[in-house]
Design a protein around this ligand. Structure first.
Ligand SMILES: Cc1ncc(COP(=O)(O)O)c(C=O)c1O
Length: 376
């Protein structure tokens, strides 16, 4: 099976993991965790980075630190991976879904603006949903597939309506908007290192921020909120959400490879764009000139989505449809979904991601492209 986006362990992973095993530093304290954090902050251009057990737990901690609870709403796009919304639900809050732009597949900012202007009101610099008077303290934009929306506009809207921005930049390691790294716009951003991401630690995540207090608090909360170095004193409800050293060792090795992985992802998208040019109605994710994406997961849009999915998967070339839109999931069917013509459903029914592991060969890319062409 040609994996959709599999791990590529071609650097110092074995060496650094062996070092952990040889020295016994395998758990949540260890030099690789610190080094991985340092490398991540440097790469993203933030002052701090705090390693977590996953991207989902990173998002959960960010929301907790903002005091978000069951009386609140958090705005997020309707097309995202479930983890975004799960992290919101863990706090007891409810996501408000904004429809997606059918070309960039990011949150539609026209709809966001309209929603904020017509459905919310400000009281003492706090945003409330007019209909039930509940607070909307935060917005969680998702940089879907490593692309971003117009971040200037999003940040301005958030500032105007007093929304804290927590970026679900889990897919956007190596993506930039006007030269600034995704995840570094909001108060906090996050990365994921699960097996299909541009770099992987098997499972893991990161919170990035410029705020020292939040960085310290994140470390505290992810390590059971222990407040005394000797006694088992804990000053609040904490979480066992810290990344372990043996995973961070992989992370350090993968960070060393990240520039080459980004380069390869860009070669892969160029290859597909050339090979599939003019084939049927196929088009690619629209990216503005302000965005330099990591092209983490090349994805095409076509009326023949199910046919292409079938021919590729039947031929052991793993390909996947887009996520089922959040409003279509059982848990969220009664949530607020702000839309005009339900573009999320359109994106879901037309888009599919195609094989793009960083160790895929050009011959394999050609084989995938040829299989796709057979459909048309
Ligand atoms: C958009 C999005 N949000 C959140 C996550 C959660 O990350 P993780 O799987 O590391 O918990 C992922 C990745 O799986 C994701 O793609």
């Amino acid at each position: 099976m040609l994996l959709l986006s599999g791990p590529n362990m071609c650097g110092n992973e074995w060496k650094y993991v062996k070092d952990c095993l040889d020295t016994g530093w395998v758990s949540s304290v260890g030099a690789y965790v610190d080094q991985f954090e340092k490398m991540s902050a440097e790469f993203a251009g933030t002052k701090y980075a705090v390693a977590t057990s996953s991207g989902t737990t990173a998002l959960h901690i960010c929301l907790l630190m903002m005091g978000i609870d069951h009386n609140d709403y958090v705005i997020t796009p309707n097309i995202t991976f479930i983890a975004t919304c799960n992290s919101i639900k863990y706090t007891g809050a409810n996501p408000i879904f904004i429809d997606t732009d059918e070309n960039t597949w990011q949150m539609d900012l026209n709809l966001l603006q309209e929603f904020l202007e017509t459905e919310t009101e400000q009281r003492e610099n706090v945003c409330y949903y007019k209909k039930d008077g509940k607070r909307i303290p935060a917005i969680m934009p998702v940089h879907v597939l490593g692309n971003t929306c117009d971040m200037d506009r999003l940040m301005a809207l958030a500032a105007k309506h007093n929304l804290v921005v927590i970026e679900d930049s889990t897919e956007a390691l190596g993506s930039y908007y006007k030269g600034k790294h995704a995840g570094s716009f909001g108060l906090m951003g996050t990365f994921s290192y699960n097996g299909n991401k541009i770099i992987t630690t098997g499972g893991g995540g990161m919170i990035i921020t410029d705020d020292e207090t939040l960085a310290k608090k994140a470390k505290h909360l992810t390590t059971q909120a222990k407040s005394d170095p000797f006694e088992y004193v804990h000053d609040e409800i904490g979480y066992n959400y810290r990344l372990v050293n043996v995973a961070a060792a992989m992370g350090v090795a993968q960070m060393e490879l990240l520039p080459s992985f980004i380069k390869r992802k860009k070669e892969i998208i160029s290859f597909y764009k050339d090979a599939l040019k003019g084939v049927g109605d196929i088009s690619f994710q629209q990216v503005s000139d302000d965005v330099n994406p990591n092209w983490w997961l090349p994805t095409i849009k076509t009326n023949r989505q199910r046919d292409v999915l079938k021919i590729l998967n039947d031929n052991k070339m793993q390909s996947r449809p887009f996520w089922v839109p959040m409003n279509q999931l059982r848990m969220f069917k009664d949530n607020i979904y702000y839309n005009k013509t339900d573009r999320s459903d359109f994106v879901y029914k037309h888009c599919l991601s195609i094989p793009c592991s960083t160790n895929i060969t050009d011959a394999e890319l050609e084989a995938v492209s040829n299989k796709i062409k057979e459909v048309y």
